[in-house]
Write a protein that binds this ligand. Structure first.
Ligand SMILES: [Zn+2]
Ligand SMILES: [Zn+2]
Length: 55
């Protein structure tokens, strides 16, 4: 079922849409990304504008 994840370093997960609320996360206050993975791997979240892969 659909859930929402934070793509910042907190890797937060929620069953409801919302924003990241982790103070130390780069994505604090930014909308969570919709994800439909069946096994909590979050390997295929919906693409998000401005997304950057941390290296
Ligand atoms: Zn976060
Ligand atoms: Zn997922």
């Amino acid at each position: 079922m659909q859930h929402y994840i934070c793509t910042g370093e907190c890797h937060g997960e929620s069953s409801n849409p919302g924003v990241c609320q982790v103070e130390d996360c780069k994505k604090e206050g930014e909308p969570l990304t919709p994800c439909n993975c069946p096994d909590s791997t979050h390997h295929n979240p919906a693409p998000q504008e401005g997304e950057k892969d941390g290296e």
